[in-house]
Design a protein around this ligand. Structure first.
Ligand code: BGC
Length: 420
């Protein structure tokens, strides 16, 4: 019997743009529809969760979860600079109430990659006033929902681009990105169009500094309105392994994690978001070992990776860890179920060692819009029909729900060897 601590949060994660649909005032909506887009397809109506959010909460609660992570779409709240939508604020406030009514602890992300078009078209995080603008938005949202929320994330994976730089992506993607950004600038008649996922290598340091300042300002704004708030951010992490001398590993850690772990020391938790591991040798990134299972993105599926990231994040920050994302891109749902069970067994070992872990949120509740990959990658515990948008719980959802209900891996047949 692998029992998790009392009060452990078992959640599933979503992000506004990926599930809501029709996020028409956002930077990504604009990019997705550009002829020069690098998106496989536009987000369109997505899972229509802006309208079907109650269905989604019902599904999450029916699985047996006690937490739900979702994000607020800044472009809906502030469609024009300084103009705040009462309708959108009321909408997210209703979701918070809906969570509470169903026994789901809301975990709210204020910025999950997507921004209003006016923000990104004005240089995005490269604008000198970006942290202050973001903090203002945080204040407005917290005034609307802060009294009923404990767990806040200012932003999701501000280090995503850095992580991708070490993932061995083909160079031609850079050319396509430059082309898309130039086309966006020309069409809008602006000088710099920059988003968290989409900027140029020369923007890196300024982006990082501004996002870091944005986190600090956002955190202060949230706490000012809601002094009880527990605030952190979600860090994209790979379980990075050195095989012999691996100078690139040290460089990667400095580039991808240092800033965010430093900031997390003053946060209430560090959000760990992990999907895979990567191995480095003397020449850099190594291929996935022969015979290892891979996810739909070609990365290694390695159940101990989550536990290893949790250990590393805690060692670097000293603060409690909240697993705000972990999942598997696969059309083989049996693999997802096995991956969850095996990964949680390793996570349990970490908790037994005494590391403070607040909860685990699986990515994702629903099959959804997977950014440039469109709707092809499948991460959901719950499938969404392409046409009717009807939700149907997958086997992995049932398995994960049983674990959540039992608050542990107690079920016969669900405690396999620590591997797939
Ligand atoms: C992001 C999610 C994304 C997931 C799977 C994370 O980097 O936060 O938005 O869908 O990975 O790719």
């Amino acid at each position: 019997m692998r029992q998790f601590p009392d009060g452990f949060l078992w959640g599933a994660s979503t992000a506004g743009h990926q599930v809501e649909g029709n996020n028409t005032n956002s930077d990504l909506w604009f990019l997705e529809l550009l002829p020069e887009t690098i998106f496989k397809e536009p987000s369109g109506v997505a899972c229509n969760s802006y309208e079907l959010w109650e269905t989604d909460l019902d599904v999450a609660a029916s699985l047996g979860l006690n937490a739900y992570r979702f994000s607020i779409e800044w472009a809906r709240i502030e469609p024009e600079r300084g103009v705040y939508s009462a309708e959108a604020l009321a909408h997210y406030s209703a979701i918070v109430d809906g969570c509470r009514a169903r026994g789901l602890e809301p975990i709210v992300t204020y910025n999950h990659f997507v921004a209003p078009l006016w923000f990104t078209a004005g240089g995005g995080w490269l604008r000198a006033d970006a942290p202050a603008i973001f903090a203002e938005y945080c204040t407005v949202v917290t005034q609307a929902i802060g009294d009923r929320v404990t767990w806040f994330m200012t932003m999701n994976e501000p280090n995503i681009r850095n992580i991708l730089n070490y993932a061995g992506l083909p160079h031609f993607l850079h050319g396509l990105l430059v082309n898309m950004l130039k086309a966006a600038e020309t069409k809008l008649g602006v000088e710099k169009f920059r988003g968290v996922q989409f900027f140029l290598p020369e923007d890196n340091d300024a982006m990082r500094a501004s996002l870091a300042a944005g986190h600090v300002a956002g955190r202060a704004a949230i706490k000012e309105v809601a002094p009880h708030a527990m605030v952190g951010l979600g860090v994209a992490m790979m379980d990075d392994v050195a095989i012999g001398e691996a100078p690139m590993l040290g460089a990667k850690r400095r580039d991808c994690y240092e800033t965010w772990f430093e900031l997390a020391k003053d946060d209430d938790f560090v959000g760990v978001q992990n999907y895979s591991r990567s191995m480095f040798g003397p020449e850099g990134l190594l291929p996935v070992p022969e015979g290892s299972p891979k996810n739909g993105g070609g990365e290694e599926t390695y159940p101990p990776s989550l536990a290893n990231c949790v250990r590393y994040a805690h060692e670097q920050t000293g603060v409690p860890v909240f697993i705000t994302e972990h999942g598997l891109n696969t059309t083989n749902d049996r693999h997802r179920a096995e991956f969850i069970v095996a990964s949680l067994a390793f996570l349990h070992d970490v908790i037994e060692e005494g590391l403070p872990v607040i909860g685990y949120c699986h990515w994702s509740l629903l099959d959804n819009f997977e950014w440039v990959g469109g709707y092809e990658p499948k991460f959901g515990l719950v499938a969404v029909d392409d046409i009717s948008l009807e939700r149907s719980v997958k086997e992995s959802g049932l398995v994960y729900g049983m674990i959540a209900r039992a608050n542990g891996l107690a079920l016969a047949g669900l405690e396999p060897a620590h591997a797939l």
